[in-house]
Design a protein around this ligand. Structure first.
Ligand code: NAG
Ligand code: NAG
Ligand code: NAG
Ligand code: NAG
Ligand code: NAG
Ligand code: NAG
Ligand code: NAG
Length: 882
């Protein structure tokens, strides 16, 4: 009975998730993926019947604010129709100076244009007939100001902006900013990707309904708006007549050809036309603020068949101090768009040799706005958001950009605004933080002061804080920290640590256990002395280096500068004559080594049999030494002397993922670790694929190439090798088998075409192995069987328990595993084009991790889960250290 109901339950989960997603994708945007549509204040997601667009509630886009409905008697009958449902609810923000929606559009291209639309309708939702004036910001820059009168049924206001986003920034933020004049609110927020070739004008461009507009001419008010699905980009065309001018409507059934602007036929099939050859339109706009630049996009489409030989030629004159005229000859059913900046006005009339009066089908006027502010450095944003997430910091001001604009910088941090904008101090004292001091603090590179006093922090004071070059103050008084202060922190110059009132935190092992309130006085004079000592010894060391090098003496050990060429004798010395073998990779044996500063390294000696193939070894190796990422195994140096070629890597204490997952490992790797490692590896791969100037394709991703260090951080190894060190003879053959059976992309094997998506396939296989505990292929020769054949039917029947590694004993979140399974399956789609980009995979995995952390939080297991970030915990030692 029990197993039956479990299966039913998981089947239900599966059906739900698939149908949810499918319906979301099919109806959400009619296959036009990438739309984000938020009906602010709505209580459920729904498919809008008028447009077929999938609208979501605010959940996941913003934390603050409260939901409201418009007053019951409000009816937007006069404007209604296609945006009626979205304006009926809203979200308002009585607290906080700045409240921000965070949108995460999927982005494939390096740069992508988006149109973002915000819709406002007051509708006396608070029953107070109150006026409000508030600002709208896009990211760190001002967009526009919303003003509403104090009447109940003030009209619907629509604001649009076209902006371009770089792929390196993950999110787009739309913020409502309080100006002291009433409570900000919003009814609907939408994001639409545009074809990058559209709206070629300085960005961002805005439509603010006052001086800038989008009209569908000649259609009357019968439908009020034309939008999706008529318009693939879901532009809102305001249906408009000019009472002074005739309306021309096509009787033609045919449709206009597609144009670059993909104009909806609904907008083109009507036009304005004067009944004689006078001017169609003479506008003498005195634009409100002349300091701004405006762009007009005039859309024409001929839908009348003129008698043979006759032509309709239109003369458009822009007044810009001098008159600039352009002539257009319209062709039957061929839309054409004329673009120009305008400052004063424009006139549209027939050219002198035209056989027909002028027409105008649709018009857009956009205003160019300035973006003077730049955001905080991406690295700091990521780190502080991770900190916010890990500790669940709930401060109303922690929204939008942390430092910019400075008047809304987050509470508890200070920033420097020279060159790039960085966080320089962080004060999270008395903020109810629990768990350990997590690694993201070490990503706040420019931090000078860190105050974590009076929280419930546990674990030890982590060594990684010593890597922050400018750190001068650490305050951790009043926590529950344990252990001793790491050597690196004790010895860091100019650092003061306040550590009183932690029951069992000692400054030195066995040295001052009695003085529990010891404040470490790493005083300036001491550190000055230290600096002098270091300088003196550096000079001496340099001097000695020279003698040592010239004499090739083996007595003295080396303090080797990083990222440099090692000599063969140095390699011998650091490996103690290749004493300890720690592995055997595809390119040769790996030995344990120790540098002078006791840093352990792994020395990979490339097998001499293929040495002639190591073409341009040195330049390639030098290239690899400059690739640095937290989740990539760092190349410390290399040796290229005569016939000896070696690569020297940082040492990874916990061995590789293959070993940790294998049956031979007594300590079963917990699900939370598995997800964390997957996230880590995905971050590393994302950097290789999307973070470098030219993408680096790994070509041989597999569990044995994912290594785990002492801090339980997973890193990818052996990247760049396949490219750099393929055999010279074969280098023109990209079909050369690189990769490992089971993990290698079958499509790559078939076509030999190398692509980022081949790595995605391998990554998917690794994910499946993390989930099931089984490698992709088991057995040999006739008895080979493929894990995927075994998994597929189980997925179809929703049997999650049957898929997951039995050794986990059911200790996992079903929702988190399902998400991981779905992600893995999308990665191993047979058609490479259907596989997602690594950034998408990373996001999905982060969500899996968040589910695990949420679950752990709600069960008081938080420290257990998050602890592994610190790498200072007992649990580490229970993992096999190989
Ligand atoms: C964008 O427009 C260009 C020019 O019309 C066209 O070649 C291209 O296919 C369009 N791209 C998309 C994704 O529609
Ligand atoms: C032409 O039409 C315009 C507007 O439709 C009107 O103002 C003008 O008087 C007309 N001119 C002639 C010569 O009919
Ligand atoms: C436009 O308006 C300005 C002042 O508002 C006036 O001087 C000018 O003559 C007008 N131009 C036309 C073509 O009406
Ligand atoms: C408008 O565009 C023209 C030509 O592209 C340029 O010469 C002129 O300076 C622009 N005017 C403004 C106000 O930007
Ligand atoms: C277009 O209009 C301008 C301004 O009215 C005029 O100077 C020019 O001669 C016209 N061009 C043609 C070909 O009609
Ligand atoms: C930020 O700077 C102000 C003024 O110098 C100071 O009072 C405040 O304590 C600083 N905040 C933090 C978090 O260091
Ligand atoms: C951090 O904030 C607390 C309370 O707001 C304050 O007492 C303390 O002095 C601040 N720490 C620093 C380093 O400014």
């Amino acid at each position: 009975m029990k197993s039956a109901s479990l299966c039913m339950l998981s089947l239900y989960v599966l059906v739900m998730s698939i149908s949810d997603r499918d319906s979301a994708q099919v109806v959400a945007d009619g296959g036009n993926s990438g739309f984000i549509s938020i009906d602010c204040g709505a209580s459920t997601d729904y498919m809008d019947e008028a447009t077929g667009i999938w609208y979501q509630t605010d959940k996941g886009f913003i934390e603050s604010g409260t939901n409201h409905r418009l007053a019951p008697y409000i009816d937007f009958y006069s404007q209604a129709s296609t945006i009626n449902r979205q304006v009926m609810t809203l979200r308002s923000f009585a607290e906080g100076e700045r409240n921000c929606y965070t949108l995460k559009p999927k982005q494939e291209k390096q740069k992508q244009k988006y149109m973002i639309r915000a819709i406002f309708a007051y509708g006396n939702y608070d029953l107070k007939y109150q006026a409000a004036v508030f600002d709208l910001h896009l990211g760190v820059n001002y967009w526009t100001t919303f003003r509403k009168s104090n009447t109940a049924a003030s009209p619907i206001s629509v604001f649009e902006i076209i902006m371009e986003k770089d792929k390196s920034t993950e999110t787009v933020q739309v913020c409502l900013v309080y100006t002291g004049q009433g409570t900000p609110f919003i009814n609907s927020l939408e994001l639409r990707p545009l074809n990058n070739s559209l709206y070629a004008a300085p960005l961002p461009l805005i439509i603010d309904c006052i001086y800038s507009v989008r009209y569908n001419f000649g259609s009357g008010f019968h439908r009020t708006w034309t939008r999706f699905k008529d318009d693939v980009y879901d532009r809102l065309w305001w249906n408009n007549d000019n009472p002074d001018v005739n309306v021309l409507q096509t009787s033609v059934e045919a449709k206009a050809e597609d144009s670059v602007y993909e104009l909806p036929w609904e907008a083109l099939r009507t036009a304005l036309q004067p009944d004689n050859n006078s001017n169609l339109l003479t506008s003498n706009w005195s634009f409100g603020d002349r300091s701004n630049q405006y762009y007009a996009f005039l859309h024409f489409a001929e839908f009348e068949k003129l008698p043979r030989g006759q032509k309709r030629i239109i003369n458009v004159t822009f007044e810009d101090g001098i008159s600039l005229s352009q002539q257009l000859t319209l062709e039957y059913l061929k839309p054409i768009t004329l673009i120009s900046n305008i400052t004063k006005g424009l006139t549209i009339k027939a050219a002198t040799d035209s056989d027909a009066p002028p027409i105008l089908n649709a018009l857009e006027i956009w205003k160019v706005i300035q973006q003077p502010n730049s955001p905080t450095a991406e690295q700091d944003i990521k780190a502080i958001k991770e900190i916010q997430h890990i500790y669940g910091v709930s401060k109303i001001s922690w929204q939008g950009d942390p430092c910019v604009p400075s008047q809304w910088a987050w509470d508890g941090l200070n920033c420097s605004y020279e060159n790039d904008i960085r966080i320089i101090s962080l004060n999270l004292s008395s903020s109810k933080l629990t768990g350990v001091i997590a690694p993201p603090f070490a990503s706040l590179e420019k931090l000078e002061s860190l105050d974590l006093s009076n929280n419930e922090l546990t674990g030890s004071l982590p060594e990684f804080l010593a890597t922050l070059p400018n750190l001068k103050f650490i305050y951790v008084t009043g926590n529950k920290l344990t252990g001793s202060i790491p050597k690196a922190l004790r010895e860091k110059a100019n650092l003061e640590i306040s550590m009183g009132n932690n029951p069992s935190l000692y400054c030195l092992e066995n040295s001052c256990k009695e003085h529990k309130k010891f404040e470490i006085p790493l005083i300036a004079s001491l550190s000055t002395l230290a600096i002098v000592t270091v300088l003196v010894s550096l000079v001496i060391w340099r001097f000695k280096m020279k003698t040592v090098l010239s004499a090739k003496s083996q007595k003295k050990k080396f303090l080797k500068p990083k990222n440099q060429a090692f000599t063969y004798s140095e390699v011998l010395r650091i490996t103690n004559n290749f004493e300890t073998t720690i592995g055997q990779g595809g390119f040769g044996k790996v030995y344990l080594g120790t540098l002078e500063d006791d840093m352990k390294v792994a020395v990979k000696l490339l097998s001499p049999s293929s040495k002639q193939g190591y073409k341009e070894f040195k330049s390639e190796a030098q290239l690899l030494t400059v690739i640095h990422h937290r989740n990539l195994v760092a190349l410390v140096g290399f040796c290229n002397e005569n016939d000896v070629k070696a690569l020297i890597y940082e040492y990874m204490d916990h061995g590789d993922l293959g070993g940790l997952l294998s049956d031979k490992n007594q300590n079963v790797l917990k699900w939370s670790y598995r997800v964390q490692f997957a996230v880590d590896a995905a971050k590393g791969l994302e950097y290789l694929h999307n973070g470098c100037m030219t993408p680096i394709i790994h070509r041989d991703l597999k569990p044995s190439n994912i290594l785990i260090n002492n801090f339980m951080v997973a890193k990818i190894a052996d990247f760049g090798l396949s490219r750099a060190f393929t055999n010279e003879r074969d280098s023109h053959l990209s079909t050369q088998p690189a990769g490992t059976p089971g993990y290698i992309d079958p499509e790559f094997q078939r076509s030999g075409k190398l692509d980022k998506r081949s790595d995605i396939y391998s990554f998917g296989m690794i994910l499946l192995q993390l989930i099931t505990g089984h490698p992709p292929i088991r057995g040999q020769l006739e008895n080979v069987y493929f894990i995927i054949d075994w998994i597929r039917p189980k997925i179809e029947c929703g049997d999650i328990q049957g898929i997951v590694d039995q050794r986990l004993n059911g200790e996992f979140q079903v929702s988190s595993v399902w998400k991981a399974v779905e992600t893995a399956m999308s990665c191993i789609e047979p058609q490479p084009i259907q596989r997602p980009d690594i950034s998408y995979v990373l996001n999905e995995l982060k969500e899996c991790l968040a589910m695990e952390i949420d679950h752990a939080n709600s069960n008081g297991l938080q420290s257990q889960l998050i602890n592994h970030h610190s790498g200072q915990l007992d649990s580490i030692t229970t993992l096999s250290a190989r």
